[in-house]
Write a protein of this length. Structure first.
Lengths: 141, 141
DNA sequence: ACATACCGTTGGTCGCACCAACGACACAAG
DNA sequence: CTTGTGTCGTTGGTGCGACCAACGGTATGT
């Protein structure tokens, strides 16, 4: 299966990167079938979890740089999925909130994401998946 | 540790991506301290494993697109680490080979990489590392 | 009142994966 | 020997994600 040279094939970082490539491709493909990218889902998911939020809070919740939040919210707003209004209590801030259609979309994308998770972990048994995810959690930054 | 919203924090693909981000950063930082990038090491490692090779073979061994092989070999050649000569037996091809200083550099980078692997897996016990790598191997494309 | 810190925006960089098209060349079928 | 067919290396591009710098506008603490 692997044409890759032994020096690379043996490196944990190589295996990790390849596994992530595969996962990423599955995820991106799944989202792009619906016309969205990872950043879109991350912002919508953050809003779905925490309700309306400033872009700064959104960035922390979605793991995005504020600059990327700005362009992503631009995009979502132009599709009518979120509303961006000035915060009356702090005029530096915008309040970003899901619109009804944004909320419906999020529910659909949640299903898409769940299916993608399953596809990624398909080679493992349920018990292995649990162990794998537990080990993965230990390797977080 | 994680400010990330629950909908994301629970996704295996998210954990995998974050773990890979961390690993990637450790690796890139380690290599860049010596003035190199991942592509450089991959090509040198392929040459170290298989000896002189055409760029096409090099691409397969290093997991690179031929276009990326071309620019990477350009770079390595300009630093005197590889030699690129026309293949007398097939004039479409180049033969790329390590120079003596390329071989010495590869030995140094091997050590750098080994240390980076250790840093990445530091949070796990030796037994856990073995299990983790085994599971990772099952998730390859 | 003024310094400090934060907010959102714009306009970049970098690493990596990948794709398209081209001329040069090899090779096998006719 | 000519004529496909296909490979090789090169150039020039795309997309995505992570990230950085600098700016004007706004709050806030001293």
């Amino acid at each position: 299966m692997e044409d890759v040279t032994p020096r690379l094939a043996v490196l944990p970082t190589w295996l990790l990167g390849r596994a992530d490539d595969r996962a990423h491709r599955i995820l991106v493909d799944a989202l792009s079938e619906h016309g969205f990218r990872g950043y879109h889902y991350r912002v919508l998911a953050t809003l779905g979890d925490g309700g309306p939020a400033s872009q700064s809070v959104l960035g922390r919740g979605a793991g995005l740089d504020r600059s990327d939040v700005a362009t992503t919210v631009d995009d979502l707003q132009s599709r009518g999925l979120v509303a961006r209004t000035p915060d009356p209590g702090d005029r530096r801030r915008n309040v970003v909130a899901l619109t009804p259609s944004g909320r419906r979309l999020l529910a659909r994308l949640d299903a898409v994401l769940a299916q993608a998770q399953d596809a990624v972990l398909a080679p493992l048994t349920p018990a292995e998946r649990t162990r794998f995810v537990a080990l993965l959690a230990r390797l977080q930054p």
